[in-house]
Design a protein around this ligand. Sequence first.
Ligand code: NOJ
Length: 475
Amino acid sequence: LSPFFKSPMVDGGYDVADHCAVDPVFGTLDDFDALVAEAHRRGLRVIVDLVVNHTSDQHPWFLESRSSRASAKRSWYVWRPGRDGGPPNNWCSEFGGPAWTYDPATDEWYLHSFAPQQPDLNWDEPAVEAAMHEVMRFWLRRGVDGFRVDVVHKIGKDPLLRDNLGTFVGPSHHRPGHRFDEDWPSVHPRLRRMRRVVKEFGERMMVGEVYLLDQAAMAMYVRWDDELDLAHNFHFMNLPWSADLVRTAICELDRLLEPRGWPTWCLNNHDHPRVASRYPGEAAARLSAVLLLTLRGTPFLYQGEELGLRDGAIPEEQRVDVAGRDPARCPLPWEPPSVAGPGAGFTAGRPWLPIAPDAETRAVARQLDDPQSVLSLYRTLLALRRREPALRVGSMAVFEGTGPVLVYRREVPTASLLVLLNFDGQPATVRAADVGRPAIRGTIEASSTMDDLGRGVDAPEVELGPFEGLVLREA
Ligand code: NOJ
């Protein structure tokens, strides 16, 4: 669940004004409890967003902190005098402009890595850490199964607040220009202590939004039973459409994670253009479905991805987001607007953002009974993954030298699945020798086009159509 906490909604609820209250637009704490209970009854687990790096400027902690330099909560945020009439250093906000805002009442500047209405908490202040642990316990006691920890790499910053180094790219650094304002070593003991809080409640999990573009830096956050269970992989998410680059990333991460480290794969979220819009359309949506659900690791899917939905078109007067991310956030169309009206089954009222233009053809109701649809493909792949241990826990061997086709084998002692993904808009061939076999032999378990399911293959080579993906159970 994305943030549903009390918030002025300057940044889609990532500006939290009370971590332990449900914003009235979503309901009440009783509604939340009922949601968790009903989800658990259905065998679903509920993971909630935990916004730890910053709060809303309307949070009582910040109101108190800003009230005077002598306030007991002054040290809960990052306040500094200016430098030469300007901000204290050269750090920039992720949303553009300086990461500092001047507060005339106390003649100091406060830090905000995002919008000015989202002041950064000072994690060097132990009371902040303790307060955030209490927030975690509040939700864990209410039965949540884990947390998605927002921009967790930002809860450690250089305590000296040194200037970032413009275009600096160190040997294993991740984002040019972010040398000192994130991923500071102090982040790791902080995560370790968060892990201890989670462990007080038994089997619960933490996935981090570790927005570092270097897999080596990101992998340091994934420490089984110690730091994060999972970290979103933004290097992978930001890759251009290329079998070579995906192959390299997968193999690299495998070498970088600690032995019990478990990979996470995701290509869509509420901050990025959708796969069907940024890659070659529906064909890419289909191929990426096969990729995400057959890689070794935990896949994360974003609402609408299972429909092959494209970004919406947002007229200027309907824009909501501070950073232009509305197109990827259009509501899920359950039914075509021609049938259900302008809310597309998402709401009987007016949707908070326009319904995506392709809702008419891509709505859930249009796809459910169509055996070729993207939704049917997702359902086939999910069912296959559920019944096939090789896909869930099997080893993964990635083959080199297969050009535009990404090829890997997932294996347990009792089963072997070969996955072939053609990233090219032209047909491509994979030879048996490429995958270390005398022949390519087996049964098609899944196919991006939803054709040929159950068909046998026994040939010296397999030809794949443009953007075609196949999962073959090897004989
Ligand atoms: C990451 C969230 O995914 C994004 O939507 C938000 O704007 C920033 N963190 C700030 O909380």
